[in-house]
Design a protein around this ligand. Structure first.
Ligand code: GTR
Length: 327
């Protein structure tokens, strides 16, 4: 082959490979509900950065923060349908779609956050992941969302009776509505973005969330009594559309998982700091922090939530028992 021909050939091959790698590059879009500076927002941005780095630019993720692409239940459907590829979701609103994932929404199922992560790292976590994947959402890594407690604008909550008659906002999930009803309250499922206004105008009396969300949303400004019931410890995921993930080569899948794992390590560290900072901030702003000495009455009052759930989903009893038996 003469020099001229071979250099022409080489040029053609180079051009072709450039075209095919340009075709291979994927542009993903990601959803996140939280504001700038929130641990999850920072960690999702890190995930995007790591994705580009670890896939050699084959996957580029553009993040949309602050719930700008829709409410969480909407975004869950969008990721399942492939209209969005990635998101940071709380498992609460995923429960109604993936039955296995709903076990994490049973009140007091986890002893504490480290227990939750031990469960997620074991067989129960695998069963939850498989259940989600079967519904089109693959969890790549788990984020910390601390524990959720009650807050309202008028009084400290010390016992279930204190919730009686209160209208309490919950996330979209019948388990949470049942939980409030068992305490004698009126549950009001509502999108996260609407809660501030609802608290302010008295559409609801109270809500429940972790320290960072109570603070970042400004809910503490309009509902100044925070009572440490810690009745729900719900994990969050970086979730990816199953078809998008499954279509990747094994190497790319590994790169994506590594990026997610590193993002989660960062999120958990940022979370620990933010929990303290948020608590300190709201207390300094005048919030009444109420420790609940005895949480057993709450557990007992919420026990029918388990019974009803297991009666409706008898096949999930082994999973619930596996979680309860995890040290
Ligand atoms: C936050 C969680 C959000 C959302 C929100 C809510 O703690 O991070 O994903 O679920 O609670 O209460 O709607």
């Amino acid at each position: 082959m003469n020099m001229k021909l071979s250099s022409t050939l080489l040029g053609a091959i180079t051009a072709l490979s450039m075209i095919s790698s340009a075709n291979a590059a994927e542009n993903w879009r990601g959803w996140n509900i939280h504001v700038d500076g929130y641990p999850n927002t920072v960690a999702m941005d890190k995930f995007a950065e790591l994705l580009t780095e670890k896939t050699g630019g084959e996957i580029n993720l553009q993040m949309f923060h602050g719930g700008t692409l829709g409410s969480q239940p909407d975004a869950i459907e969008q990721v399942r349908a492939g209209a969005l590829e990635v998101a940071n979701f709380n498992l609460g609103p995923i429960g109604p779609i993936a039955a296995e994932a709903n076990v994490v929404s049973l009140p007091f199922i986890f002893k504490d956050v480290p227990h939750m992560f031990r469960v997620l790292d074991g067989d129960a976590g695998q069963a939850i992941s498989d259940g989600m994947a079967a519904k089109g959402l693959i969890p790549l890594a788990w984020y910390d969302a601390g524990a959720r407690s009650f807050y309202n604008g008028t009084k400290a909550i010390n016992s279930p009776a204190d919730v009686t008659g209160l209208k309490v906002r919950v996330m979209n999930n019948d388990l949470y509505s049942g939980m409030i009803a068992e305490l004698g309250g009126n549950p009001s499922p509502m999108a996260f973005s609407e809660v501030y206004q609802a608290l302010k105008t008295g559409v609801v009396d109270g809500a429940e969330n972790n320290w960072p969300s109570y603070e970042s949303t400004g809910h503490f400004e309009v509902a100044g009594f925070y009572s440490l019931s810690q009745h729900l410890i719900i994990p969050e995921c970086i979730c990816v559309n199953a078809d998008s993930f499954n279509a990747l080569s094994a190497d790319m899948q590994t790169a994506v998982r590594e990026a997610a794992t590193e993002s989660a390590t960062l999120q958990r560290a940022l979370w620990a700091d933010r929990e303290t900072a948020s608590r300190e901030k709201v207390v300094a702003a005048g919030v009444t922090l109420n420790e609940i000495d005895n949480k057993l009455p709450f557990q007992e009052a919420m026990a029918p939530v388990y019974e009803n759930y297991l009666a409706a989903n008898p096949d999930l009893r082994p999973l619930v028992e596996m979680i309860q038996a995890t040290e």
